[in-house]
Design a protein around this ligand. Structure first.
Ligand code: MN
Length: 736
């Protein structure tokens, strides 16, 4: 048959009144013209492919728009035709489907980790706002894999792998068994040619026995079932799909004889009642195998599949599976969600009425009772009602961001170094403003410069992810640290000059560092920053330096705390904290910021309750800056024992078992929980404050990391601080 004849036949199929469907005929002519100078690797004209895809779409009984879109699916990608042309000639719906297909074409694929593959699948679904995009795409992939022989070996393997990883699971989820099965069987041939051949020859060896066996069973059944007077009865024998045999043989380590449903009979009738009647009759005829009966009619599978399954024992002891279903169930079993068009012919225009379509799929799914139905529905919902976008790095790695995320979020998702040096961005190879909101499937490239002056202050208001926001804030905090150091240096320099010491000279001596250590700082810079932000009184620093440099203390400058300046040699303490100048004074850990070993800490002399220990950045500490003289140097003991109270704040998208999941993660790590508070955050987010105990900062960071991994968790921070990410840069604490 020539291409033109095939096209005419296709157009005739969609002309209920006879004749030809004009739009389909026009679409074929349009595609043939657009592709006229292109040839497939096999040498055939390119339009063969478009026509074949359209024929598969027609076999799935999709609507006219889908067939038209299938004919045009490669025109925008491969020829000078634009989406505008398609809107003008074939309307918005067709143009949208073609546009979706063109975008899917851009998605890079290389063998990936399971998580990334799952993201890729989700992205495909999310990008295909109209489910027909996916259905036509599956038809496209099916024809490509049917004609894979013309390609190179490496190319074949890659396409087969992608088909197995991405497209066959999607076909499965949508319940399109015919396509799923053929995609898998054909991919298998390229991925494991030896295993494939083994099964083919095993099946060939048993072909004669099998066909005799099946013929006999069919005959027996037909005779018995004739008593039921079923109008449209069909009894067919079939062989299980190659790939499912392969899976059972190679993954469950079974021999081909151990596979029950290798021999299978399918009975198709008109009504549900007839299904159960047929079951009764054949259970009389053959002995059913115990525990092999499954009623997927009263309890359909999540992908809409319905049938009765039973395994019977044949006269010679050969087990065989029987599936019983109605014609409608049969069509759904073969075509899944695509069957919708067959059974809703002339119904809702799903292309224009997106919400209604989603509602239809949702209600179909929500009536499912299967145990993993909930999982499926929640997957499907994230796919279809997603508030996430999936975009690519230029290398093809998938990055998952919340909807509304910009190129800046992307940059920080890659690495804070990329974000901090970002000077511009390209999306799909075009330079764009950096606040550009990303769409599914965008390929994003961040332009960086070593001489970048860092993130702009307004970025905080542009970014959508808390990760980016935190990293930008951290950058500014660090920047302020530079300012703090400058200020601290000026103050210390002035103070030391009163004692006849030049800071520049002092810094050249070992005594300087020793003084820092005694003041619980790791480096001179840390100490200067501490003076700069008010965490350390400049007089105290000057006195320590003076002592270390061996200069006499001037008697006219008495400072009460300095007069009892004795440094504990053994840095041990029951509380875990050493208070400078006071061997065993009462130490309290501030509840507002719950310091743990490894944190940078400051001590504050309370009225009557000893020293309260805060984290250096605690908001309350900066509020106490006026009482400088009441700060006292503290540091962690060399050895800290036991656990320390800490509070973390978790921001998450609320869902049913969220809190249970989080507490389970903590229980697994033997982290005691002393208190939980929750509040709504608006927008379906919830904020949990958890009071826990940990050994030290590193331990806490590990715990936060685990909690962050719980599904739905957006952010984990420590309470009481400016929103600083818990797994922040390594502790600058004295003992870190
Ligand atoms: Mn194609």
């Amino acid at each position: 048959m020539t291409l033109e004849q095939r096209a005419r036949e296709l157009a005739a199929k969609y002309a209920p009144e006879g004749g030809e469907n004009a739009r389909i005929a026009e679409a074929y002519a349009f595609a043939a013209e657009a592709h006229k100078d292109q040839f497939r690797q096999s040498g055939e004209p390119y339009v063969t492919h478009a026509l074949a895809v359209a024929e598969i779409v027609a076999d799935m009984a999709l609507d006219e728009d889908s067939v038209v879109a299938a004919l045009l699916h490669d025109t925008v990608e491969d020829t000078s035709v634009t989406i505008r042309d398609i809107v003008d000639r074939f309307g918005e719906t067709v143009a949208e489907i073609v546009d979706g297909l063109t975008k899917l074409e851009r998605i890079p694929y290389s063998s990936k980790e399971e998580q990334e593959v799952e993201n890729l699948r989700k992205m495909l679904m999310a990008m295909s706002k109209d489910i027909r995009v996916i259905l036509v795409k599956l038809a496209d992939r099916l024809h490509n894999i049917r004609t894979l022989d013309a390609k190179s070996d490496a190319k074949r393997r890659l396409i087969a792998l992608e088909t197995m990883d991405v497209y066959s699971p999607i076909a499965h989820r949508l319940g399109i068994t015919t396509i799923k099965t053929e995609l898998e069987d054909r991919s298998l041939r390229y991925l494991d040619p030896i295993g494939y051949d083994e099964i083919v020859s095993a099946l060939e060896n048993t072909a004669e026995f099998r066909s005799e066996f099946i013929a006999r069973v069919k005959e027996n059944m037909a005779e018995k079932l004739s008593g039921l007077n079923i109008k449209n009865l069909s009894i067919e024998g079939r062989v299980k799909s190659l790939y499912s045999i392969y899976r059972k043989m190679f993954m469950q380590n079974k021999t081909i004889d151990e596979i029950y449903d290798l021999y299978a009979i399918r009975v198709i009738v008109d009504t549900k009642e007839e299904c159960y009647n047929v079951l009764g009759v054949i259970h009389d005829l053959y002995k059913p195998m115990p525990r092999r009966f499954k009623d997927y009619i009263s309890t359909p599978k999540p992908n809409l599949y319905q049938s009765l399954h039973t395994t019977l024992i044949g006269r010679e002891g050969t087990p065989f599976e029987v599936q019983i279903r109605t014609w409608e169930m049969h069509h759904v079993a073969e075509y899944g969600v695509a069957a919708h068009w067959k059974y809703k012919e002339g119904g809702v225009d799903v292309g224009e009425d997106y919400e209604k379509k989603l509602g239809w799929i949702r209600s179909m799914l929500e009536t499912q009772q299967d145990s993993d139905a909930e999982d499926f529905i929640s997957n499907f919902k994230t796919d279809m009602f997603t508030d996430e976008v999936y975009v690519f790095t230029p290398k093809g790695d998938v990055i998952n961001l919340p909807a509304g995320a910009t190129t800046i979020d992307f940059a920080y998702a890659i690495h804070s170094g990329v974000g901090n040096r970002m000077v511009g961005a390209k999306v799909n190879n075009r330079i764009v403003p950096i606040d550009t909101v990303l769409n599914n499937g965008d390929i994003v490239e961040i332009l960086t410069s070593k001489v970048s002056r860092g993130p702009g202050r307004d970025w905080i208001n542009i970014v959508r992810t808390s990760e980016a926001r935190t990293k930008i804030k951290q950058w500014y905090k660090k920047e302020r640290r530079e300012e703090n150091i400058v200020q601290g240096r000026e103050a210390l320099d002035a103070e030391l000059k009163k004692n006849g010491i030049l800071l520049a000279d002092a810094e050249k001596t070992e005594g300087m560092l020793a003084a820092c250590r005694r003041l619980s700082f790791n480096t001179v810079e840390d100490m200067l920053a501490g003076i700069g932000y008010g965490g350390l009184a400049v007089q105290r620093a000057a006195n320590r330096i003076r002592e270390e440099l061996g200069r006499p203390v001037k008697p006219e400058q008495p400072e009460s705390s300095d007069q009892v300046a004795t440094v504990p040699v053994v840095r041990r303490s029951e509380s875990g904290v050493i208070v400078e100048g006071a061997a065993d004074c009462l130490v309290k850990f501030a509840r507002c910021c719950t310091p743990v070993p490894g944190d940078e800490i400051v001590g504050f002399v309370t009225r009557g309750y000893g020293v309260s220990v805060h984290r250096a950045g605690c908001a309350n500490v900066s509020g106490m800056a006026e009482n400088r003289d009441r700060f006292v140097g503290v540091c962690w003991a060399d050895v800290t024992e036991g656990s320390f109270a800490a509070s973390i704040e978790i921001t998450a998208r609320d869902r049913v078992t969220l809190i249970a999941d989080i507490t389970a993660v903590l229980a697994n790590q033997h982290i005691p929980i002393h208190g939980i508070q929750t509040k709504k955050n608006g927008g379906g987010e919830i904020v949990l404050q958890l009071d826990i105990s940990v050994n030290d900062r590193r331990h806490l960071e590990a715990v936060c990391g685990r909690v962050h991994g719980v599904r739905g968790v957006v952010d984990v921070v420590r309470s009481g601080m400016e929103r600083e990410a818990a797994p922040a840069a390594a502790g600058k604490g004295a003992e870190a």
